[in-house]
Write a protein that binds this ligand. Structure first.
Ligand code: BGC
Ligand code: IFM
Length: 811
């Protein structure tokens, strides 16, 4: 069952009922000013950091769910309604929500009045535009009132939810003309304020929530709207809001548009301290002046569309499979941008006050983002590297505003250092920009400890070399990619997660997964050394990689699949000898992907075992058999009921690893089958089971051991976005950036048909036609570049060359 449809021409998902199984959201904003917006206008806005600089308030765990947002109420006689349905939930004669690239449009109709609101954040300014169109569709004149509504957050979203003894006395606002200013804490710690204005005279306003809603009422029936008249309240303390009232009469067929601007402004600190209690409204007024007319807003909207058009032109496929084209050309790349911007901070499942940017997460996000805006990827790599410790280990998370490592969480996730190599390597392969390796980057944000980025990679590499266990495999520390596999936490109280106790290194517990990562990214590091002329370091690195490779084959192979780990007692994890958790997905996915066991035939065997033991109709589960009881020696993973999250859920993030590995051994049919199972465009058909947004990936789908097999959780902010894009674009469709040039080596289902790719890579645009007359799954038999036959798979990069015509024949 579906709740909407894809409109590929407009690059939108059109939701046709407000009653989706869960709120289906979109993200507005591209750089610093962001909003989350659901299909019923729920959500919130923040500037740069969802925790520290939140403009509007959101209530978590609320019932009914998702009832705080940016609302417009229409009072038409006795009927009160919202174009996005919530919060009054008045039945509408028509409802539609179109989530597009950086904008969302809501259209509601009631009693012959049509109201459509378009929300977006313009590229240039720190504000959200709300462009409202009203139309009288009836044949009699219509007189009605419109009320806007936002509830301010007192900036620090964490404190806002907890520190009532202070917060209920600090709220301050100011109203001037049609603009409501929110200036709480300006007199003390802040140099900024928020504003909410409209390009028309207003007939009233309210800024006190109590005055607007009335005692003991919710925002589903505010007293002011019921009465049809604002009370012109000026909030002092309690909960400040912003509401404008505009009374309107429209003749039959008449239309009216209004532009609301919700924005953020800063005063220079020196100026603030010279008059600490008075905000200088100039920067807000400058923004407001830019969005006074429809033509101005239209121009900002076209600029946003052009921006996305340009970004998406970097990778474009035309095939006979419209679902693949839709995901590759639109939604998967869009999600990669959102994960790049948000890391794991703010979604409907990440509160925005818990995690900031993840070291591991953001490095992986780069893999799917770097082709879109390489300059921003470069900046991000340097920010991340600056949180690394001098011994190569890393803070697991950092706060986007301060860019400082988060000491509550600390370090000890022993896979983290290698992800820095992964991100940097992807950036250099994409751009050819080796100069990034010479950039001086601090350790732990201490500039006195700055060293070239290459030195950071060196320390990442050596962290693994210097932290090995009894078998010569890398020590796992607190956890590796699987945050919940806590092999050193056996002394903790059951039920406590890793976050409640400090790093526990442990000299015994080892990770085969980190070993596989070391092969992949250790090789990448060695190659960077070689290409920058450091031959001795390259040779040393290759030797270290070879050592670990051999150890994986010797002590990381279980007979039919790769082991997962050794626990702190030296016992195997992910072995047929185990009572539960006999086979894990991560090593079956990552070893072949890293090239481990391919020539020895083990990769194929491991992947066959995945198919036999872990595959389900909704995707590949993380492990089997699921843990049915808590295992002190394994930690949080066994705290989940069977089938959920890391305990045998379908973790969408590592499904693409297995799919990529299938392409390594040339099985295109199987690689694509795996791709398809979790792919949103396919999953859309059974949205009533899947429940989360059908246009983006979720982190997890409940596995076959769970009560609700097939139900997804944690949409949007997941490494799945980057890894599925890497899978489909670089391995299935087969365009992989290498240091030498673009490599073409598709591995597709035999009946996929011919297809075309356009790829912008460095200065060139590559027009690539792939033909598959013999319906093979893999194997390039001919590669012609500008009419010239080329040996091998790599289109040689020619500096400065603008156009490449490429013909590829498989056979
Ligand atoms: C959660 C895990 C999750 C991890 C992400 C833990 O607190 O319980 O399920 O994967 O955080 O870092
Ligand atoms: O690898 C992690 C990721 O960093 C956060 N989400 C869960 C994954 C698996 O535990």
């Amino acid at each position: 069952m579906k709740f909407g449809y894809f409109d590929d021409q407009h690059k939108e998902y059109v939701i046709t009922t407000p009653k989706t199984p869960l709120p289906w959201i979109n993200y507005l904003g591209n750089r610093e000013f962001f909003s989350l917006i659901s299909n019923t206008c729920g959500g919130y806005t923040f500037y740069r950091d969802a925790r520290l600089l939140r403009l509007t308030r959101y209530r978590y765990n609320d019932v009914p769910c998702d009832t705080n947002g940016k609302y417009f109420y229409i009072k038409d006689g006795d009927c009160i309604w919202n174009p996005g349905w919530q919060p009054t939930k008045t039945d509408l004669d028509f409802y539609e929500c179109c989530h597009g690239l950086g904008y969302s449009r809501f259209t509601g109709k009631k009693k012959n009045l049509q109201a459509s609101v378009l929300f977006f954040v313009p590229l240039e300014d720190n504000c959200e535009l709300q462009w409202l169109h009203l139309k009288n569709d009836g044949d009699a004149p219509k007189t009605f009132s419109l009320f806007s509504y936002v509830e301010w957050c007192l900036w620090n979203a964490d404190d806002d939810m907890k520190n009532f003894q202070r917060n209920l006395s600090i709220g301050e606002v100011e109203i001037e003309d049609s603009v409501i200013y929110h200036k709480t804490e300006y007199r003390e710690r802040r140099d900024h304020f928020a504003f909410y204005g409209v390009n028309a005279p207003i007939d009233g306003f309210d800024t006190s929530r109590d005055a607007f809603l009335g005692a003991y009422r919710g925002n589903d029936h505010p007293q002011v709207v019921e009465k049809g008249a604002c009370s012109n309240s000026v909030a002092s303390g309690w909960s400040p809001i912003a509401c404008h009232q505009i009374d309107l009469t429209l003749a039959p067929g008449q239309e009216k548009s209004l532009i609301f601007v919700l924005g953020y402004a800063e005063n220079p600190l020196a100026e603030k301290w010279s008059a600490p209690d008075i905000i200088n409204k100039k920067p807000a007024k400058e923004i407001l002046a830019k969005y006074q007319t429809d033509a101005q807003v239209e121009q900002a909207l076209s600029a946003l569309a052009a921006y996305w058009e340009d970004l998406l032109s970097k990778y474009h496929v035309t095939s006979s499979n419209e679902k693949v084209d839709r995901m590759v050309n639109i939604w998967n790349q869009y999600q990669c941008m959102v994960t790049f911007n948000m890391s794991r901070s703010a979604s409907y499942y990440e509160s925005g006050i818990g995690r900031g940017m993840g070291f591991r997460d953001s490095c992986q996000d780069l893999l799917g983002f770097v082709h879109l805006i390489p300059e921003r990827a470069r900046e991000r790599i340097l920010d991340i590297a600056a949180t690394q410790f001098i011994d190569g280990s890393a803070y697991h998370q950092y706060q986007p505003l301060t860019k400082k490592g988060n000491s509550d969480i600390g370090s000890g996730f022993n896979d983290d250092p290698l992800w820095l190599i992964a991100g940097t390597d992807a950036y250099i392969r994409e751009t050819g920009d080796f100069s990034i390796l010479d950039e001086a980057v601090p350790f732990d944000n201490d500039v006195s400890l700055a060293a070239p980025l290459m030195e950071h990679l060196h320390r990442s590499f050596d962290y693994i070399v210097n932290h090995k266990g009894p078998h010569g495999l890398p020590l796992i520390g607190r956890a590796d990619w699987n945050d919940c596999l806590n092999l050193n936490c056996f002394s903790a109280h059951p039920g406590e997660s890793f976050q409640t106790f400090g790093p526990s290194e442990g000299p015994v517990a080892e990770s085969v997964f980190i070993a596989a990562m070391f092969v992949k990214y250790g090789n990448a590091y060695a190659k960077l050394c070689r290409l920058t002329g450091n031959t001795s370091e390259a040779t040393r690195a290759e030797k270290e990689v070879a050592k670990i490779y051999d150890v994986i084959l010797k002590d990381g192979w279980d007979g039919k699949w790769f082991l997962r780990a050794y626990d702190a007692h030296g016992q195997k994890v992910g072995s047929h000898e185990c009572e539960e958790g006999q086979i894990y997905i991560e090593t079956q996915g990552f070893c072949p992907l890293a090239g481990v066991g391919v020539k020895e035939g083990l990769a194929k065997e491991a992947l066959d075992s995945v198919k036999e033991r872990l595959d389900t109709k909704y995707g590949i589960v993380l492990l089997q058999p699921a843990y049915t009881r808590y295992h002190l020696e394994l930690g949080e993973i066994t705290s989940y009921p069977p089938g959920y999250k890391e305990n045998a859920g379908i973790f969408c993030h590592n499904n693409p690893w297995v799919s990529i590995s299938e392409t390594v051994i040339g099985r295109g049919d199987r690689a694509f089958e795996i791709y398809q199972k979790t792919c949103p465009a396919y999953v859309e058909e059974f949205s009533e089971i899947h429940r989360t947004e059908p246009y983006v990936y979720s982190q997890m789908i409940a596995g076959r051991d769970a009560a609700f097999f097939g139900e997804a959780k944690n949409s949007w902010l997941t490494g799945t976005a980057a890894w599925t894009f890497v899978n489909i674009s670089q391995h299935i469709l087969g365009l992989l950036p290498t240091h030498e040039g673009l490599s073409v080596d598709p591995c597709i289902p035999h009946d996929f048909g011919d297809f075309e790719l356009t790829r912008k890579f460095r200065e060139g645009t590559y027009h690539i036609q792939v033909r598959n007359p013999k319906q093979v799954e893999k194997g390039v038999v001919s590669l012609r570049v500008d009419g010239q036959e080329i040996a091998g798979n790599v289109i040689p990069y020619v500096r400065g060359k603008k156009e490449y015509q490429v013909e590829v024949t498989l056979g």
